[in-house]
Design a protein around this ligand. Sequence first.
Ligand code: HEC
Length: 200
Amino acid sequence: MTLRRTVVGGLAVLGALTLILGVSGGVYGLTVARRGFSAREAPSALEAKVARAARSFSMPAGARELKNPLAPLSPQALAEARAHWADHCAICHAADGSGQTPIGQGLYPRAPNMRATPTQDLSDGELYWIIQNGIRLTGMPAWGQLHEGAGNNDSWALVELIRRLPRLGEEELDEIKAALPQSRHELEEQRIEDAFLEGQ
Ligand code: HEC
């Protein structure tokens, strides 16, 4: 008798759960059908949290504890890291790391403000792992293949640069901005402007 009761009770709970899941799934499905998936919306707080947790989970054990073998960087190495950042990263992450570029803000998820705590709270090892391996299902590319040639030192130098983003000086920022890739059209405009200023 008690066994039968337990079974019936269990089935009832299972049925209720299925109903709840079915209804919420249906509501979600209808919302998607009505609005579609657009990268113009920002991910919800819940989605961002789940994605970040999944990302942290997907890192191999030990990655977090890796120490930067280059620290402290020489002024020369830091200057190279700034040029590298300007060339490969700033198109999405912006010269100052704020993520405020047309491409960075058009991605889903958005390029984050790397000067803020969520990024700065990541360990050196985590930053390095992300630069080497990218982040799946986002706009963040893996740079490992490119950086292998230089013994992966480029990735470690960028980790140090990211650490410095929150207190980047005016001069360093100007240096990065001056190194941003320019199109042929922009270069031609610059040439005409310079010629004009020289009175030609
Ligand atoms: C095509 C755009 C794009 C380029 C180029 C790019 N990134 Fe990213 N990056 C992203 C996006 C989008 C994210 C956020 C992904 C997410 O939310 O999980 C990101 C995240 C990161 C993060 C993790 C920050 C955090 O708090 O989640 C690091 C570190 C990073 N990028 C470093 C770099 C470096 C260094 C370069 C250049 C070598 C670079 N990225 C180039 C788009 C880009």
